[in-house]
Design a protein around this ligand. Structure first.
Ligand code: MF3
Ligand code: CO
Length: 255
């Protein structure tokens, strides 16, 4: 069931989204060579309690997962695409790190992700990340009243495919509100002019994922959460929670 949000609900989601943006920025700044993934998760936990918000991810237990999610961040390094669980791994110069973070205030969620380089990164990694971000921007620009869900999907897909990148089959974004994952599913590929008509009050997480080699294949690691490329090539992931409004798309997870 797709639930439209009132202006008051969107205002609370904006508060949650601002906290998400602030914490993502702090974690991005701390993501340096020699930092461990668990240190970054600890930082996000401290900032959450400082800001009076709660994690959307911690203990989240969808039916596909063997264990509840054990952290507040998803940290996906290099060939990990999404849902990497923070561990004692130390970041190294040249790594490509996706940082995904969600928080709720008064029960309203925000969900956002960025991809950052650890120290200097090679040109191919920078381009991969840039294209992921551009795909997100294109998807957001298509989120206007009267457009259809397929217009968002098509916008995302067009940017990724023009760059010859892979897109993990079946993955995409989702509605956001009083749950982190609500209807509708927002595919990263689709046909323009098809699907749900976008109306003011619709809140969506749009989240393109791109794979450097061009492969769409992915596999689940033994931890039951981490989704990785099959060929070992690198991936980037960008995400914002946005609202469809009469004035156009509003990025709820903007700083
Ligand atoms: N942005 C990710 C998603 O929508 C967040 C997953 S959180 C987790 O899939 F807890 F499920 F890992
Ligand atoms: Co999401």
């Amino acid at each position: 069931m797709v639930v439209l949000k009132s202006a008051a609900e969107l205002a609370t989601m904006r508060e949650a989204g601002r906290v998400v943006a602030q914490i993502l920025a702090a974690v991005s700044a701390a993501a340096k060579p020699d930092a461990t993934l668990l240190e970054l998760d600890d930082l996000a936990r401290e900032l959450l309690s400082e800001k009076g918000a709660k994690s959307s991810f911690l203990h989240y237990h969808p039916s596909f997962a063997p264990i509840p999610y054990p952290a507040v961040l998803c940290l996906s390094v290099n060939d990990a695409i999404v849902h990497g669980i923070p561990d004692a791994r130390r970041l190294e110069e040249g790594d490509l790190l996706s940082i995904d973070f969600g928080a709720h205030i008064d029960g309203y969620h925000g969900d956002s992700a960025v991809t950052v380089g650890i120290g200097p990164i090679d040109e191919a990694a920078q381009r991969l990340s840039d294209v992921g971000r551009q795909a997100l921007e294109a998807g957001i620009a298509a989120a206007v009243p009267g457009n259809r869900l397929g217009d968002i999907s098509y916008a995302v897909q067009s940017v990724c495919r023009a760059a010859k990148y892979g897109m993990p089959t079946g993955y995409g974004g989702h509605g956001v509100g009083t749950a982190m994952h609500e209807d509708p599913h927002v595919p990263n590929e689709g046909r323009p002019g098809r699907g749900l008509t976008l109306r003011p009050g619709l809140a969506l997480a749009i989240e393109p994922m791109v794979v450097e080699s061009g492969s769409d294949r992915h596999r689940l690691q033994r931890d039951g959460w981490t989704v990785s490329t099959v060929d070992g090539s690198r991936a980037a992931h960008w995400e914002h929670t946005i609202a469809v409004t009469d004035d156009g798309p509003v990025i709820l997870t903007a700083p």
